[in-house]
Design a protein around this ligand. Structure first.
Ligand SMILES: N[C@@H](CCC(=O)N[C@@H](CS)C(=O)NCC(=O)O)C(=O)O
Length: 203
């Protein structure tokens, strides 16, 4: 399998989840400005949507969208999902909330034409969305209760942008973020991406 990623983006969620699942995969870094993958190929020929993450299977099929890739990883590694039919649907509910209500509201920070009013508006919306999701997290728990899931990986990545773009962050979410940050899969994914920055290798 080959995961197309870009540093500092939501593809880190797929990367961490795949490390959590102990899956074997290679990485290809995408330059989102030139839309070229690591081999210099036109990424839009691989993923016409042009964005990461994208996961290529050995048979050449491509899976895109954070929600889909994270759900697929959770299928492969059931320990990263809650058990029970309704609980699985709750996982999709939470992934959708993180994607559409939190992740998407960071778009003004990617657009150079977005002014401070628009960015401050986005900060306020994100802070409110986070307030609601934080209310579901117990002191030592995760977004879906006491069980760590792929939804935590996705939320964790968006919390990194919260810090980067000066969105207010509660103590509770800071503590939650530190808890996720201590997971070996997070260090493994970050180290693997960092190492490739120094000397790109086929790993
Ligand atoms: N709907 C997609 C959005 C993914 C997305 O926003 N990817 C960003 C990085 S976080 C990207 O590749 N942006 C480059 C672009 O859209 O040109 C998903 O949830 O996977």
């Amino acid at each position: 399998m080959l995961l197309y990623y870009a540093i500092g983006t939501s593809s880190l969620a797929s990367h961490v989840a795949m490390e959590e699942a102990k899956l074997e995969f290679r990485l290809s870094k995408v330059d989102l400005k030139t839309r070229r993958d690591e081999g210099g190929d036109d990424f839009t020929q691989i993923n016409p949507k042009g964005y990461v993450p994208a996961l290529e299977f050995p048979n050449g099929e491509l899976l895109t969208e954070n929600i889909a890739i994270l759900s697929w990883v959770a299928e492969k590694a059931p320990q990263l999902a809650p058990s029970g039919t309704l609980a699985r649907i709750r996982l999709i509910e939470t992934l959708a909330y993180i994607s559409t209500e939190i992740h998407n509201n960071f778009k003004p920070f990617d657009r150079p034409d977005a002014g401070s009013n628009e960015r401050n508006g986005a900060r306020a919306i994100i802070a409110e969305r986070l307030r609601l999701i934080a209310a579901t997290i117990g002191e030592e728990g995760y977004v879906l209760g006491s069980h760590f899931t792929v939804a935590d990986v996705y939320l964790f990545v968006t919390l990194q942008w919260v810090v980067k773009f000066d969105v207010p962050l509660s103590v509770k979410l800071k503590n939650y973020m530190s808890r996720i940050n201590r997971r070996p899969a997070v260090s493994q994914a970050l180290a693997r991406e960092d190492a490739r920055e120094m000397a790109p290798i086929a790993s």
